[in-house]
Design a protein around this ligand. Sequence first.
Ligand code: TRP
Length: 334
Amino acid sequence: MDNVKKTVFSAVQPTGKITLGNYLGAIRNWTPLQNEYDCLYCVADLHSLTVTQVPAELRKNTLELAALYLACGIDPSKSSLFIQSHVHEHAELAWILDTIAYVGEMNRMTQFKDKSRKHADNINMGLMNYPVLMASDILLYQAHLVPIGKDQTQHLEITRDIAERFNGRYSDTFVVPEALTFRTGASIKSLQDPTAKMSKSDPNENATVTLFDDKDAIRRKLRRAVTDCDTSIRYGEDKPAISNLLTIYSLCSGESVKDAEKRFDGQGYGTFKDAVADSVISVIEPIQTKQRRIIADKSYLEGVLKQGAEQAERIARKTLDKVYRKVGLVGRFR
Ligand code: TRP
C-alpha cells in the first residue's frame, strides 16, 4: 500500500473576510500539497450556521471563498474543491459521532467557551457540536493529514479521540488523522496588538489586512500599524510589533528576515511600513484579479464545485455505509 497517496483534508468557514494571516498561515501552504497528496478542500458552510448569519450574505461568502481557493492556486484537476452542505454525509456522520463524543469533553473546548462568551445570546447546540461536525468532515475522507492553524489543534485532538473511541468500540474503521501545521506564517499577529493573532473576527478593522482590501486600504492599515518603543527595525522578542511586520514583509517578498533587517537598517518606520505595504499588495492584488475573473465566470465556478462534490461524495458514501453497518443499522433495501 506504500505507493498509495495519503489524503489531505482541510476547510475554512465562509464567515468574515479571509485575512492575510489566514492566507500566509494556511491557504498558501495548501497548494504545494496538491502534487504529493490526494487533497480535498472544503468550504465549511454548515459550521458557519453556528453563529447568526444573514442568509444572502452566507450564500455570497460561500461562493466568494470557493473562488478565492481557486485564485490562491487550488487546482481542480488535482484536488477536490467542494461546499460542505453539498455532501449530505457530513451531517449524517456527525449524528453518529454525536453518540460517541461526550458532553463533558465538548463543554471543555476552548473555542466553545470563547464563542459562548462572545455570543452569549445564542449558545446553540450546533456551537457545542462544532468539533463533532469537524471530526465528521475529516473522518469521512479517511484523511491522514489535516493542515490547520494553531487555534484548531484542540479540535484535531478531539477528532483523533473520537476516531480511536469508535475504532475501539466497533473495530478499525477510521484513519486517525494527524495535524499538519506550518511554521512559516503560522502566527501573523494583529496590526493593532502584536500579542494577539490576526483574526478575521476582530472588530477593529485596522487590526487585519484582508484578501478583500484594496491597495489604499492595505497601505492605510499598515501605516497605522502599532510599533515598538525604540525606532530600530530588527527582529526580537522585545520588538513584537516590528517583528510581526518583518515576518509579513519576508513572507510576501521572499526576502529573509535577516536581509530585510539589513535593507531597512537606519531607515524610518514610515519607509519600512510603505515597503511592507508594497510587498503585501504584490501578493494580494494578483489573487484579487483572479478571484474577480472566477466569480464573473459563474458556469466555470459551478462546474468546479459540482465536480468536487461528486468526487467527495463517492468517498464519503463509502465511509458512511461502512459506519452504518458497523453500528448496526439495517441497510436500505434496493
Ligand atoms: N474549524 C475550522 C476553522 O475555523 C474550519 C474547519 C471546519 C476545518 N472543518 C474542518 C478545518 C476540517 C480542518 C478540517 O478554521
